[in-house]
Write a protein that binds this ligand. Structure first.
Ligand SMILES: [Ca+2]
Length: 160
């Protein structure tokens, strides 16, 4: 009887651990329940350029700048709304048109969907800035996709 109880405890603890800790320490799972984890970290240790964050995300558990496809954009927006410290900030994510001006691609090589609902439609509509703005950021207050100045230093969203 006792050994049966012990086995039950082990099963429950093991199951709970695999369900509640899908991401490395400091990362949060943004995926819907039952789907493969999408582990993101709002990296607010330092403000730096896109290129610098590309390296720093990699140095943090082998991560990369966040690839924000589909409804992940809305989940990120909701996360920011729930954390007042993030409201006035901006964040690099993993897309660029540095290779071919106007051709935006994610760092996994897939093309970025242009226009609504993700890119900022307001004045001036994004992306803009020509070759001075070759990297994607999410900019306060609406956190649409924007093209940010190559030289600007802001926070980043890293992904594993
Ligand atoms: Ca550009």
């Amino acid at each position: 009887m006792i050994w049966k109880f012990a086995l039950l405890i082990i099963a429950v603890v093991t199951g709970a651990a695999s369900q509640t800790v899908p991401c490395p320490n400091g990362y949060e799972n943004f995926a819907d329940e039952g789907l493969a984890p999408v582990c993101l970290k709002f990296a607010t240790t330092k403000k730096a350029t896109w290129g610098e964050w590309l390296t720093m995300c990699q140095q943090d558990n082998g991560g990369h700048l966040a690839i924000v496809k589909g409804d992940l954009h809305g989940k990120i927006y909701q996360h920011i709304q729930n954390d007042q410290d993030l409201w006035d900030e901006a964040f690099w994510v993993g897309a660029s048109d540095a290779e071919n001006e106007g051709q935006w691609v994610w760092t996994d090589g897939t093309p970025v969907d242009m226009g609504p609902p993700h890119w900022d439609p307001c004045d001036p509509p994004q992306p803009d800035g020509g070759t001075a703005q070759n990297y994607m950021c999410l900019w306060t207050p609406n956190f649409y996709f924007s093209s940010c100045l190559n030289s600007v230093t802001i926070y980043a969203i890293c992904q594993i």
